[in-house]
Design a protein around this ligand. Structure first.
Ligand code: SF4
Length: 169
């Protein structure tokens, strides 16, 4: 049976959540409670709205953009729906970026989280840390956050943090 998923919203044509114009799926619910959170209305697990996975895929496909970013909230808080979503998006040919407040290492140590990573292209990891906020960073808010090439990690077993590629000139 297909999973239900709780969302805050779906937006089209974002230019600040990964390279290029991207569809963004904003998950509802986040356990991290970072001070200075950029999106505090997405932290509650009771707000937002629920859709079936089929409804979400139809919505995404209607936007005709194969670049997609999963953000929130924390997508990994709904790990089983997230796994179904990324499996289906990968099979449909999407380039998938995902944001999480968990570190890459925390994700690797959780079997379902790790299974999700295998179907994504890039992960922006780690909690937002106000003391490490830096406006010269693109696609992330604080210096502790890494931009991990997941395909390279699973093919070569090396961590390629591409954060240095994404600095404001
Ligand atoms: S992980 Fe992101 S959404 Fe969650 S509290 Fe931190 S900044 Fe906010």
């Amino acid at each position: 049976m297909s999973n239900m998923i709780r969302l805050a919203s779906v937006t089209a044509h974002s230019s600040v959540d990964g390279p290029g114009l991207r569809t963004v799926v904003w998950f509802q619910g986040c356990p991290h409670h970072c001070v200075g959170c950029h999106n505090p209305e997405t932290q509650s697990v009771d707000k937002g709205y629920c859709v079936t996975m089929d409804e979400l895929i139809l919505k995404i496909e209607s936007l005709h953009n194969k670049k997609i970013t999963l953000s929130g909230g924390d997508p990994f808080l709904q790990a089983l729906p997230l796994l179904e979503l990324v499996e289906r998006l990968e099979s449909l040919g999407y380039n998938i970026w995902c944001y999480t407040g968990y570190t890459f290492e925390e994700c690797l140590n959780h079997p379902v989280f790790k299974a999700c990573l295998r179907h994504m292209d890039m992960l922006v990891d780690g909690r937002f840390i106000l003391d490490q906020m830096d406006h010269t960073l693109m696609f992330r808010g604080s210096k502790n956050q890494q931009i991990i090439d997941l395909k390279q990690y699973f093919e070569l077993n090396t961590i390629n943090d591409q954060s240095q590629w994404y600095l404001v000139e």
